[in-house]
Write a protein of this length. Structure first.
Length: 72
């Protein structure tokens, strides 16, 4: 099983692309949690593949999103 975790920083943004550090042979399962002054926002995945994920937010956000990805 391949597992990775990262902190993705946002500065007044509502989306961001994150490229996975680990080499996943299949599309991983991803969990996202916001941390910051306005962490009461909706976080969602707009696109995902074995190499990257595009994170969408319900509004512009300044803070961090904790990302965990795992695949077999």
């Amino acid at each position: 099983m391949k597992v990775e975790g990262s902190i993705v920083s946002f500065t007044g943004e509502s989306s961001k692309t994150f490229s996975f550090v680990r080499s996943h042979s299949a599309t991983p399962v991803v969990s996202l949690t916001a941390e910051g002054s306005n962490s009461d926002i909706s976080i969602y995945i707009t696109s995902i593949s074995s190499t990257q994920v595009i994170i969408g937010l319900s509004e512009n956000f300044t803070g961090n999103v904790h990302l965990h990805a795992w695949s077999s």
